[in-house]
Design a protein around this ligand. Structure first.
Ligand code: SF4
Ligand code: SF4
Length: 133
């Protein structure tokens, strides 16, 4: 009771409630910053680092991406020629593999919905990474 008598106006609570009411009834010039995912999607920035992709024509299988990956997430594997395989369960999407590729063969796409039910599905072999230019 002592607390209520000292704070009978409950200014803090009222201020918070006012903010809630403003948002609820969309009072004032407040931009909406949330999107109704998955029905709506945000625009992805060009510099976004999503799932990797490897150009089939440019990649020479040199292994420099594998050497420079700080997490050991890349292995060069045989797939007709030698190409990188990426374990996105380990990858931290730093982009070093892309930056150090001498052939500009490795890129990062805007794909970000990568959840799976198994660890094995997180290993992207060349079949799932290669693209033709
Ligand atoms: S992606 Fe680039 S760095 Fe990696 S093996 Fe191919 S050419 Fe070499
Ligand atoms: S983005 Fe970074 S962590 Fe992921 S595979 Fe490339 S170098 Fe390794």
């Amino acid at each position: 009771m002592g607390w209520i008598s000292k704070n009978w106006l409950m200014c803090g609570v009222m201020k918070g409630l006012a903010v809630t009411i403003k948002h609820f009834f969309q009072i004032g010039d407040r931009p909406v910053v949330t999107v109704q995912y998955p029905y709506e999607r945000m625009e992805i920035a060009d510099a976004f680092r999503g799932l990797h992709a490897v150009s089939e024509d440019r990649c020479i299988g040199c292994g420099i991406c594998e050497m420079n990956c700080p997490n050991g997430s890349i292995r060069i594997v045989r797939h007709n020629k030698w190409y990188p395989q990426v374990n996105i369960g380990q990858c931290m999407f730093c982009g070093l593999c892309v930056d150090t590729c001498p052939m500009d063969a490795m890129v990062m796409t805007k794909k970000y919905e990568l959840a799976t039910r198994s660890k094995e599905m997180m290993i992207y072999n060349p079949d799932r990474l290669l693209f033709k230019e």
